[in-house]
Design a protein around this ligand. Sequence first.
Ligand code: FAD
Length: 391
Amino acid sequence: MKRECQVLVVGSGVAGTIAAVAAARKGAHTILVERNNFPGGTAITGLHSFICGLYANDIEMPKHPINKGIVREICSQLKALAPEKKVLRIGKVYALPYSRQDLVSVFRSLIKNEKQHLEVLYNTLAVSVRTKHNTITSVSVRRTKGVFNIIPRAVIDCSGHGAIIQLSGAKYQVSVPKQRQLAGYTFRVKGLKDRDNMAAVKVPYYLAQAYFEKKIPLHLKFTTFIPVDNTDEGLFKISIPPARDSVQRAKEDALVVHRYLCKVMPLFKDSYISDTSSEVLDREGTRLCGEYTLSANDVINARKFPDGTVKNSWSIELWDQEKGPQYRYLNPGDYYEIPARCLRSAEISNLFCAGRCISVSQEALGSTRVMGTCMSLGEQVGLEAVKMVNG
Ligand SMILES: Cc1cc2nc3c(=O)[nH]c(=O)nc-3n(C[C@H](O)[C@H](O)[C@H](O)COP(=O)(O)OP(=O)(O)OC[C@H]3O[C@@H](n4cnc5c(N)ncnc54)[C@H](O)[C@@H]3O)c2cc1C
């Protein structure tokens, strides 16, 4: 069995969902395949609470997202669903709090509005790719009923880990395990007693003490905690080194952190783990070798490009295996641009990508990977793919 389409998007995370909607709005017959049965990807499975990368890091509270387009529609719709969730300043940057339920519902409605041109196949995994003369000619996908081929004019890889980049034989970059950024694992706790805003500062303090006393391993010292939603809830993000990359081990680490804090901080005494992420969350995976590779200098020097598409002010946030999180900020009010060339394969003529797997250096990815930026990259890549298809 085979199906044809103009644009095939693989992965319905924040980047892929917007890429597919943008392409369909231009009238391109678009198929979006997603291995889960819901849109949103890591924005949902990661239990995150804040969309980062939406705003300039000005001194003043920002009125609008730094990028125009679908991302602004998403922000307005989230605001309508939860007016109490307001833009927050976190250190030197701004982020938008959101609930996962609301984001899924906004994505479902964006998708539904494009039903004339957009077809979404959930529970569908892209498993192999055929190429001829440096062009992708078909992508095989597996569903419960079996495998079939999709014949696309253009393919957009929004799988996060670069599934299509690898399957198509396109050139890619990947860090060696020793230099890879720490992955993450999140869990929520409920039943906090007398929660106060200092908890976010106290948790790292207690865990640094625990590491010093050899009660926890180094990677757990980098755990962060933020109070979220109801007054008795909080979200932990623990770090996972490459050698411990399994959900089972991550769960064990989560228990170590929680049990320790229950003993030493009265805040956690009666708390319990109410939710855990369903997977270990990679900060980096395979990245495309595109026509241009964005560097850390481009980010920090707020470089603009003739083919600049998405604007971003988010800091470079690197999770070093030895030193933990390291931050480098742009000047207040400034931003850099991500060129369209970072979204196109250098050798496969109809391969594009957006989100976590675009053509950037490991350091630059520390800034481009946040969700607000991935959403805008999705929209731009959808438009680029349609431009190519329409020749
Ligand atoms: C620990 C951690 C904490 C973070 N915290 C935040 C935060 O607070 N705020 C923020 O803005 N960002 C945060 N980020 C970054 C952010 O979550 C991600 O970088 C971003 O969501 C990536 O979006 P994406 O669309 O590129 O990829 P993903 O969200 O990974 O989406 C990829 C989609 O592709 C699907 N897929 C993969 N392979 C296939 C295949 N072969 N066939 C079909 N479907 C496939 C997946 O199921 C998934 O739905 C965090 C990241 C980590 C690791």
